[in-house]
Design a protein around this ligand. Sequence first.
Ligand code: FPP
Ligand code: K
Ligand code: ZN
Length: 478
Amino acid sequence: MAVPLRFSTPAPSSRLEEIIPGSDRIEELSDSSGEYEDMGTATVEEQAHIAYLNSVRIPITDSLETATSRMDDKTAEIILPFLEGNPDGFTLNTFGIPKLQRESHAGALEAFLGDYPARVAFMDASRPWIVYWALQSLTALGIDISAYQKRVAHTFSLAQHPDGGFGGGYGQLPHLACTYAAILSLAMAGGTETYETINRKTLWHFLGRMKQADGGFTMCPGGEEDIRGAFCAVVILSLTNLPLELPPDAPARKRGLTSFTDGLGEWISKCQSWDGGISAAPGNEAHGAYAFCGLGCLAILGPPKETLPKYLNVPILINWLSSRQCSPEGGYNGRTNKLVDGCYSHWVGGCWSIVEAATTTGLWNRTALARYILSACQDEEAGLRDKPGKNSDAYHTCYNLAGLSAAQHQYKYDENVNKGLGTGNLGAAYHWKTEGVYDGKNNVWDEGDVVKTIHPVFVIPYMSVYEMRKYFEEKEGF
Ligand code: FPP
Ligand code: K
Ligand code: ZN
């Protein structure tokens, strides 16, 4: 397949010097082929610095200066010292890169699952998300979360709405995002009693009310219709193995639809923008978070090799996704001309497993992403963040760790995996496997910095995915 490529014009060296202080020494430090064999007496940190400069080569810039380009350059200036040195004094791995600070992150995550002061009451409706982000992050760090099982089941049994679906907490209206975070949290908590707290019958009716005549889903009754809805709905339908037929009371039935998947691929298709990215709804600006939702939805609708080329222009999507990896930072931004941010390590970095399952591998720079996460996104106290200067939080901790997992592990789609599971509705995503830890050029992580594997579509551990689906495949009726 012909993939349009993006060429970088070498910036004049004076311009380069502005962006990467010390870049006038690039040639001194490395030969033009990008090899750096002759490191002489360079320290581990200097070697890492040289390797990094080799890997990013020349930042992609043009001569037009705007407020946006100045902000972008300023951001690089703030971040480079973290990539080239160790301003927070972390313990370093054998590549001279900060180790994954497991203990401090675990401490922050436990705190996120604790009590909150009154001043954060405004976050009450986001409670399901906080639970999901924290539990998922703990599992990524390899921490056993079984101690939370009963609390999770209790929390979400209260947040379940009598008419179906989950809200932020007791008495709150149901919402697809809350329901998505609730189902993923319940899957991670695991166990029959936990699964049985889900009222699948009312959930089916709730999802039926979200389905729209044009194929998409609204986030809540009368709410916005966007690609989050499409993704959340199929994640929920698939994990809880609900019937694909729309319930009799679903309003979309009056418009001739009979199935949850009617018009869905076509609706996703309309979300691909002129520049190849994927937006929240047809006609909007493409954004990485929505790209992941769109690809995740297609990876649940069928094998990526079939659904991606059927509903998307894959070459221009690859071009757009590639353009999100920032130089010289190595992390991703969420949209054109915006800034690198650790959460896009997952929203964009996580797209690659799905895209590579439909095309070919080796499309992105895994080690540059891992370097950005380990060097620039670990908060000196605890947790992971957007970028240096920002506070860590549960959301950025979750999606930095998920992005690190995407960089480190090779997730492969293989229809021969788990043949007995996912044979029914929306079963495609049960056939993923892990093909070992990536071992490429300019590696930046030691064994101790490798996070656990994460299911590339459901973004929870593989076992949580399989066990929940298996339970509901074996269950008769609702
Ligand atoms: C822009 O924020 C961000 C968005 C418009 C999308 C946010 C959506 C998600 C993070 C995830 C949705 C996924 C699910 C599964 C519900 P910004 O303008 O502050 O950031 P930017 O400058 O990086 O674009
Ligand atoms: K940049
Ligand atoms: Zn962010």
